[in-house]
Design a protein around this ligand. Structure first.
Ligand code: DGJ
Length: 749
């Protein structure tokens, strides 16, 4: 199915090139070959996308031709740019991998400080290879697929002046309209060079009227959707926290100004990385828009000795003609099937009860057991003991001591964890024969100065020579780049898992990095951290791993590779959560979101919402649970919980595997609504919310999407209607008061 050709040099190209218009005789069609190469013209074809570029014979540069809806055959001639004034030809064309210093004044994708000190590069096409499937990236998380799922084109570039090689790797997953790119730079010279900038993806779109959408926020306010016009000059965002962070997510969407949730063109870009990153968008004088995602140059200064290489993380680009919603659904499917490696990616998750908001640090073995008993009585199937169970010389009784000392606290657990775990796992979830599972919280990458570990290994904490080690939440970050730190973490987590019947881990991470020993220490940390994640998750595949970082401070594709679910936010207020979860769903599958019902007034916002509202919001996340002490609930709320847990379990398979349609957004409407449709289309579930009471105003119609217009659906409690009626006319749900909510099942007849 793949047109494979090798070309040793540009001169050997069989392609006829009128500037920027390579004539591929057979470039594939929408249903044709995934990768088609004709001489030095390249086409990547998905079901509904084409990505085309070619080598400029006169310069050896890679020039972009098209990234958008499917095209086929040869391309019409493109006008040769006028070259007047200071900007030469390199600054007036669309480039695949813009290097620095030769007249392209836009942001570069790569900046290399050569042995002699200059930062000019001239990376020219040498050859290419096509492979079925997709090779793994060394030490980095990456999408993966079989030879039937994905095809990879690697274009080899070389700078004859500096002896630097760069391989651009493009993989296409045709079913998802996804093109994944990463870059590998190798020093083939004899001196040392330094990589100062390296973008995984750089793309020049031939449009000047675009909007950009990003996900921004802060602690307990993660991933709010921001949409703004792309203006002349550079606009961007990123993280220098050392991690993907609450502040900005490594994700960008470019859309036409008229694009909506359900219509229009959208280009989504998602960086598979957990460290500091940079996203830049530049509208240049020529009227093109350049988008770039990759390492943050503020935290990169990577030395390469002779024959050493640096591989960038990969960036996944998805094109959709079906609006922002269409783009999101493709990301969800791709990430569920080809990114998350856990067996739990799409298998039902046990409803859990987590002790954090209910007990905080204030517990011992018997109060923890009592909470577990109540969890089981409500119908929970997993009980999670959160922070506060460890540390002896420096007991973890609050957040200023103990991190690093991962031995059970003897005051709280005189005989270790096993008696508690054994007793808890003998409990049965209400009205079932299912044993309650036991899970535990850890924060392995951190150390408190008040700990034995810190006193024994002060050098294990990240620090910059003599500078003071500044604290956040009273703690320091371990330098996970050090093999001895990696081994310490692998050993203590393995021993913990072997010490008792623990089948779930919540892996927390509660601060960013401050004093780095070198600008590159962040990426070195990431490589160490991914090694630890890979080692533990492959050794303990039956454990359900949940990522967490002060809520959703590391909700990124890098973590998702290893942990199938991530705690979405420490803000458990139902209303806030609608925005946070729908923002997160722009790129991440709902299956990946940990979402819990907490008590009211909410601990973060002080707001009181009905338990049904909180429950319905939480069950839109794949990792549904409770985060409360049932003893402190009023009768109504306590009585409602078993029913809500049952409902969440019934819905869970559709949330985990289905398609999500955001029907109306909380930022636009008093009636946010979301529809999930099962993978086979036979079932659907509608979530409908009313934020404020509706006084003397018509009840709005909610028009469904994504159904089969010809089919009929039984709408639970309402009647049977055609898909066309449900999509074109809709349904009405009058609700009372503030924070109303409704969950409605649909069955295809
Ligand atoms: C931050 C997490 O987001 C919370 O859920 C909780 O686990 C605390 N850390 C515990 O310290």
């Amino acid at each position: 199915m793949v047109g494979i050709s090798r070309s040793a040099a540009v001169a050997a190209a069989s392609t006829l090139v009128i500037f920027g218009t390579p004539q591929i005789a057979n470039a594939g069609t929408s249903s044709g070959d995934a990768v088609v190469v004709d001489g030095t013209s390249f086409a990547l074809n998905g079901d509904n996308v084409s990505y085309r570029f070619h080598v400029d014979n006169s310069t050896g540069d890679l020039l972009s031709d098209h990234f958008g809806g499917s095209i086929s055959g040869s391309l019409p001639p493109a006008a040769v740019p006028q070259v007047n004034g200071w900007v030469g030809m390199p600054g007036r064309v669309r480039r695949e991998f813009p290097d620095q210093g030769r007249g392209d004044f836009r942001i570069p994708a790569v900046r290399i400080r050569q042995t002699a000190g200059y930062t000019v590069s001239d990376l020219q096409y040498q050859s290419h290879t096509v492979v079925q499937g997709k090779p793994d990236l060394p030490g980095l998380p990456a999408t993966r697929g079989s030879e039937d799922d994905v095809t990879t084109l690697v274009v080899h570039l070389y700078d004859n002046y500096s002896s630097v090689a760069a391989d651009l790797s493009y993989s296409i997953f045709p079913k998802y309209d996804a093109i994944v790119r990463s870059v590998n730079v190798t020093n083939r010279g004899e001196g040392n060079i330094t990589i100062e900038t390296l973008a995984s993806l750089s793309v020049d779109l031939p449009f000047e009227d675009l909007d950009m959408i990003s996900l921004s926020g802060d602690w307990a306010r993660e991933r709010r959707r921001e949409r703004r016009r792309v203006e002349y000059g550079i606009q961007g965002f990123g993280s220098t926290t050392g991690f993907s962070s609450h502040l900005h997510n490594p994700f960008l969407t470019l859309v036409a100004p008229s694009t909506t949730e359900s219509q229009g063109e959208a280009w989504g870009f998602s960086l598979v990385y957990t460290g500091s990153f940079a996203v830049n968008v530049e509208k240049g004088s020529q009227g093109f828009t350049r988008a770039m995602l990759g390492f943050n140059p503020e935290q990169l200064s990577w030395n390469l000795g002779p024959n050493e290489s640096l591989t960038s993380p990969e960036c996944v680009s998805i094109y959709s003609k079906e609006g922002i919603g269409g783009m999101s659904r493709s990301f969800h499917r791709l990430y569920r099937k080809h990114l998350i490696r856990s067996q739990f990616a799409t298998s039902n998750r046990p409803p859990l009860l987590n002790s954090w908001e209910g007990l905080g640090f204030n517990f011992n073995e018997s109060s923890m057991y009592k909470l577990a008993e109540e969890s089981a009585a409500l119908g929970a199937k997993l009980f999670v003991m959160d922070d506060g169970w460890f540390g002896n010389k420096y007991p973890r009784d609050d957040d200023d001591a103990g991190l690093g000392d991962w031995q059970p606290n003897r005051q709280k657990f005189p005989d270790g964890l096993d008696p508690l775990v054994s007793n808890v796992t003998e409990l049965k979830a209400a009205n079932t024969s299912t044993d309650l599972r036991f899970g535990i919280w850890i924060e392995p990458e951190m150390v408190d100065p008040n700990s034995t570990l810190y006193h024994e290994h002060p050098d294990w904490a990240l620090h910059a020579g003599p500078y003071p080690r500044t604290l956040r939440r009273n703690q320091l970050v371990l330098n996970v780049a050090l093999p001895e730190v990696q081994d310490f973490i692998i050993n203590f987590v393995s021993n913990l898992l072997k010490s008792a019947d623990i089948t779930y881990i919540k892996w927390d991470h509660n601060r960013g990095v401050h004093e780095l020993p070198s600008p590159s220490a962040d990426h070195e940390y990431m490589l160490g951290m991914y090694r630890v994640f890979a080692n533990l998750t492959s050794r303990f595949p039956d454990v359900l791993w949940e990522g967490c970082a002060s809520g959703g401070g590391r909700f990124d594709p890098g973590v998702l590779q290893y942990f199938p679910q991530i705690w979405t936010s420490d803000d458990t207020d139902g209303l806030e959560r609608i925005s946070i979860q729908l923002g997160t769903s722009l790129v991440y599958p709902p299956s990946a979101m940990g979402a819990h019902i907490s008590a009211v007034p909410n601990q973060q916002t002080g707001r009181t919402t009905p338990i049904e509202f909180r429950g319905h919001v939480a069950m839109m996340g794949g990792g549904f649970g409770l985060e409360l002490n049932p003893e402190e609930l009023d009768e109504h709320d306590k009585a409602a919980l078993p029913g809500l847990i049952n409902l969440a379990e019934k819905i869970n398979p559709i949330i985990l595997n289905g398609d999500m349609w955001r029907l109306s957004l909380p930022e636009d409407s008093n009636w946010p609504a979301v529809l999930f449709i099962s993978e086979d289309g036979s079932q659907a579930v509608l979530f409908y919310f009313q934020v404020r009471a509706n006084i003397n105003r018509a009840t709005p119609w909610v028009r469904l999407q994504g159904l089969d217009a010809q089919a009929t659906y039984n709408v639970d409690g309402v009647g049977t209607y055609s898909g066309a009626t449900l999509m074109n006319m809709g349904l009405q749900f009058p609700l009372d008061g503030d924070y109303g909510s409704k969950v409605v099942f649909l069955e295809k007849q």
